[in-house]
Design a protein around this ligand. Structure first.
Ligand code: NDP
Ligand code: MG
Length: 393
């Protein structure tokens, strides 16, 4: 394999750190050209000292100055701002871009990488939820290669036929089965959900993740966003994507074929496996992940999700079916509601209520330009905030 030259967007986050962990195991295969972060400047400086990138990028000038001071004597150029993020995502000397910024901020640099024809390792699911159509078009126009990092989509990718062309029927695929852990509240008495605290919601049984995505796992909005993500990645209709709860998080997702075969990808719940898969694809490299010890695990179980317990899952299907800007509205309302919940401004059950009411109010809306999607995002945030304020008042 040729040496791969990487930009890691969101290097200081959970996915970024796991990516660098895999990269450090294979210095003969991967070279870091650019790293980006936002608030964790010390951590970014430490990563720069270890990986010696050509560029380090942060969002604002003050942070850039602080980082320059920390990196004195090191041959790393410090840049800042959204333009700089787009630039390091499309550098000619970079062939592979890990898109692991969290939230809507990850969209633009991921688009820049796609337009520049990079191998795009996509962790930022918001890119596909908000602007799936644009992003997939940019991948096509730019001649980019898209490799999913989200563990479910990486598992589906691995279980799909080689050279999948985006036509499920032509490849004999009947449906995609996304697995979900069910989060911390899968078995909790449903009548007590009203009293759930942020601390309980972020305590995920199997995965260590950022706080926002942890709450999304508790509500299963994370799975809802992943249904939308799967729709765009694999060109699957909503009725061709099913969700099955699998509390052990060993089977990461499955593909069902017309002949009745179901292919799955199994591994320990550790993001380094999908990351290593995408970094080395189509080759395989070690990831530092514990080998799967099936006799020790013993039992793998599956159950259907209860939409009374997890109304956010149904809301995501509703937004996907509505189409247009509805998924962007869903995403924005969810970000606002989760933030309000984490800051003790609304109770847990109000997350789904705020999202449903925002969707009711704004409907789909056009999605024929990025500007239109941004306007829907802004309108949804304004509507959600107003609904949240009623709770707080
Ligand atoms: P984290 O919150 O841990 O990390 C986010 C990264 O983005 C950090 O490097 C952060 O910088 C940076 N960042 C935050 N806001 C901005 C901004 N406005 N502009 C530029 N950079 C910013 O998130 P995760 O690593 O957990 O997740 C990253 C993405 O991957 C998300 O979209 C998530 O949904 C997805 N994902 C994550 C999984 C996981 O297991 N963690 C699994 C599947 C998907 P800093 O920390 O320095 O402030
Ligand atoms: Mg996932």
């Amino acid at each position: 394999m040729n040496l791969r030259n990487l930009t890691i967007l969101g290097a200081t986050g959970t996915i970024g750190v796991n990516t660098l962990d895999v990269v450090a195991r294979h210095p003969d295969r991967f070279r870091v050209v650019a790293l980006t972060g936002q608030n964790q400047i010390e951590k970014l400086a430490e990563q720069c000292r270890q990986f010696r990138p050509r560029y380090a990028v942060v969002l604002d000038g003050d942070k850039a100055q602080a980082l320059r001071t920390l990196l004195a004597g090191l041959d790393t150029e410090v840049l800042y701002g959204v333009e700089a993020l787009n630039r390091v995502a499309s550098l000619p000397e970079v062939d592979t871009v890990m898109a692991a910024i969290v939230g809507a901020a990850g969209l633009e640099p991921a688009l820049a990488a796609a337009r520049a024809g990079k191998r795009v390792l996509l962790a930022n699911k918001e890119t596909l939820v908000m602007a799936g159509h644009f992003f997939m078009q940019a991948v096509k126009d730019g001649g980019a290669t898209l490799l999913p990092i989200d563990s479910e989509h990486n598992a589906v990718f691995q279980s799909m036929p080689d050279a999948y062309t985006g036509d499920l029927a032509a490849h004999g695929v009947r449906r995609v089965l996304l697995t979900a852990s069910g989060g911390p509240f899968r078995t909790r008495d449903i009548d007590t959900l009203a009293r759930v605290t942020p601390e309980e919601a972020v305590a995920h049984p199997n995965w260590v993740m950022g706080r926002k995505i942890s709450v999304d796992s508790a509500t299963m909005m994370n799975k809802g966003l992943e249904v939308i993500e799967a729709h765009w990645l694999f060109n699957a209709r909503p009725d061709q994507i099913d969700v099955v709860i699998h509390p052990q998080s060993i089977v990461h997702s499955m593909v069902e074929y017309q002949d009745g075969s179901v292919l799955a990808q199994l591994s320990s719940p550790d993001m380094r496996t999908p990351i290593a898969h995408a970094l080395a694809y189509p080759e395989r490299v070690t990831a530092g992940v514990p080998w799967l010890d099936l006799p020790r695990i013993g039992t793998l179980t599956f159950e259907a999700p209860d939409t009374r317990r997890f109304p956010c899952l149904a809301l995501a299907y509703r937004a996907l079916e509505a189409g247009g800007a509805a998924p962007a509205v869903l995403n924005a309302a969810n970000e606002e509601a989760v933030d309000a919940f984490l800051n003790h401004r609304i109770p847990y059950l109000a997350i789904a209520e705020v999202i449903a009411a925002t969707l009711d109010r704004l409907g789909g809306g056009p999605a024929d330009s990025l500007a239109a999607l941004r306007a829907s995002d802004a309108a949804a945030r304004a509507a959600a905030r107003e609904l949240i304020a009623r709770h707080t008042a």
